[in-house]
Design a protein around this ligand. Structure first.
Ligand code: FES
Ligand code: MG
Length: 573
């Protein structure tokens, strides 16, 4: 079907009279003013994720126009359709809770409606993974268009951008280093235009990964949202979609095991968001591939961080774009990549890199010989506290805390933490280890980005900027600190984390990749008998579906029934 140029015929209902079905379908679309001529072309669906609740997609009208133009210039018929849109700051209880819903919406709308190829327009953190998950399952030719990053702002002559600087300035305000006037002033500058966060947060990470996977046109990751370059990428994307529809270049030929390895290399080399591991695992799981955390860690030891972007470095996405974007990075990483991977253009990653020409002098992407950080940004930890693994973004952590043993200060859940973290009565010292339970996939639910726990107020006032923090939750890609995340299995399903008590000793050694709770197995078993964990449940609706079927972090937090057949019900070691 995918290379049937008469897109309107695709998926005709078979209630016994397909002729009537086509007749009816044409009558309705003609109601929108189309001619027969228009309807005989490849139909390119365009997933419109514009929403007033999503300023990261605020350039959607212009993007839709540019994609449509590209489709028409290449002889196709653009047909826009809406799906849900998810913004980080406006989605409760957390955007991650809705990622799978958006993936289902995307998949089912691609399946339901007649189209020969689809352009997925996404940008804000969860949208691109949701769209790639949905498209991977739907299986037709698909291409990703990124909305693009926001511009940087300027606060009292300092360049600022969401949201590493949001956290930094809020931290200063909490520590009473700046006053209310200043924190209000910087609030006007942090998001200087529509578009996604301007640092290497999850949105930028997923943009780079989408390009590394071969799912965008070359150079599709980096142009800021409001630039003409972004609009040209959109026009190109429309044209390539028509080409893909004609040649029948389906997603499974692009998203291969090797392509996922390339994506992991890129994730490490850009000092990317830890969230991307969960998303990559979920996308790969749709096609029957496993993202092996141990392999990621091995790759990490030989893949340095090359990209000098916040929070690991100093620049912003617009600077990365000026430095040549992904072509500059991929050229540097070339010896570590599978260059024979297919991309949306029908050419391989290696061929596209050749076509991009030689590099030029710039100071955003470092050479292999002079990296920002000698290893990959993310290290995978193991130990009795995390039998299914945990991760730490070592490039954004404090080197002094990466080999540390300390006393646990435990918070049972988000409410408990909110109630006590700022209390003067809290028994906590700077070399303690903060532990937060019940923010995993089922715990909160939705594995919120609450792993970036605030420094207790009394310590913040005393100048403490970082502490070891451990949880089963996630952290925003724009955050920084010595923060252990994704502890698996999570506490809400009875992982060892559930049985940690204040006063226990915990050892973190990033060097040895170790995360140990220094409590005997007998004692832990006793605690489990005394206070067994009851996993959360819900009476009805999406929450019920979520709690019944969501998988752990090491399986991508996807719903089990959405994964490829061979992956379902499978528990990785
Ligand atoms: Fe949308 Fe950061 S809030 S990308
Ligand atoms: Mg984010």
């Amino acid at each position: 079907m995918s290379n049937d140029p008469k897109g309107m015929r695709k998926g005709l209902t078979q209630y016994g009279d397909s002729g009537f079905s086509l007749f009816l379908r044409k009558a309705f679309i003609k109601g929108a003013g189309y001619t027969d001529n228009a309807l005989e072309r490849p139909v390119i669906g365009i997933a419109d994720t514009g929403s007033d609740y999503n300023p990261c997609h605020g350039n959607m009208p212009q993007l839709l126009e540019a994609v449509s133009r590209g489709v028409m210039l290449a002889g196709g018929l653009p047909v826009k359709f809406p799906t849900i849109s998810v913004h980080e700051s406006f989605a409760q209880p957390t955007s991650m809770y809705l990622r799978n819903l958006m993936a289902m919406d995307t998949e089912e709308m691609i399946r339901a409606q007649p189209m020969d190829a689809v352009v997925l327009i996404g940008g804000c953190d969860k949208t691109v993974p949701a769209q790639l998950m949905g498209a991977a399952s739907a299986g037709i030719p698909a291409i990703q268009l990124i909305t693009g990053s926001m511009l940087t702002g300027s606060h009292r002559n300092e360049t600022v951008g969401a949201c590493t600087d949001c956290r930094r300035y809020w931290g200063k305000f909490r520590a009473q280093e700046i006053d209310e006037q200043e924190v209000a002033d910087v609030n006007n500058q942090l998001v200087a235009s529509v578009g996604t966060c301007s640092v290497m947060g999850t949105a930028s990470t997923m943009a780079c990964i989408a390009e590394a996977l071969g799912m965008t046109v070359p150079g599709g990751a980096s142009p800021p949202a409001v630039t003409s370059a972004r609009m040209r990428v959109a026009e190109d994307t429309g044209a390539v979609a028509v080409q893909m529809a004609k040649s029948g270049l389906t997603v499974d030929r692009i998203l291969t095991g090797k392509a996922f390895e390339n994506a992991m290399r890129v994730l490490l080399a850009i000092g990317g968001s830890t969230n991307a591991i969960v998303h990559l695992t979920a996308i790969a799981g749709r096609l029957g591939y496993e993202v092996d955390l141990k392999a990621l860690d091995r790759m990490g030891r030989e893949t340095p961080v090359l990209l000098d972007l916040k929070p690991s470095g100093q620049h912003y996405m617009e600077h990365f774009h000026a430095a040549g974007g992904m072509a500059t990075l991929l050229r540097e990483l070339k010896p570590l990549l599978h260059l024979d991977c297919m991309t949306v253009t029908g050419r391989t990653l290696g061929e596209e890199l050749e076509a991009a020409g030689p590099g030029f002098k710039q100071d955003v992407v470092r050479p292999m010989s002079d990296p920002i950080y000698p290893q990959g940004g993310i290290a995978v930890l193991q130990g009795n506290l995390a039998p299914g693994g945990a991760i730490i973004k070592q490039s954004a952590a404090n080197p002094k805390l990466m080999e540390h043993e300390g006393r646990a200060v435990v918070f049972e859940n988000l409410e408990d933490m909110a109630a006590r973290i700022d209390s003067d009565a809290l028994d906590v010292k700077a070399d303690d280890i903060l532990v937060l339970k019940n923010i995993g996939p089922k715990g909160a639910p939705g594995m919120p980005e609450a792993g970036y726990m605030p420094i207790p107020l009394k310590l913040a006032r005393a100048g403490v900027k970082d502490m070891i923090r451990i949880s089963d939750g996630r952290m925003s890609g724009t955050a920084f600190g010595t923060i252990v995340l994704h502890v698996t299995p999570e506490s809400a399903v009875g992982g060892p984390l559930a049985y940690v008590r204040s006063g226990d000793r915990i050892r973190l050694s990033v060097e040895k990749r170790e995360l140990s709770l220094l409590v005997s197995a007998e004692e832990l078993a006793k605690r489990e008998r005394e206070t067994p964990v009851v996993p959360p449940s819900a009476e009805r609706g999406y929450r019920k579906l979520f709690l019944q079927t969501v998988t752990q972090a090491d399986q991508g937090v996807d719903f089990d029934f959405l994964r490829a057949a061979q992956m379902r019900g499978k528990t990785p070691e």
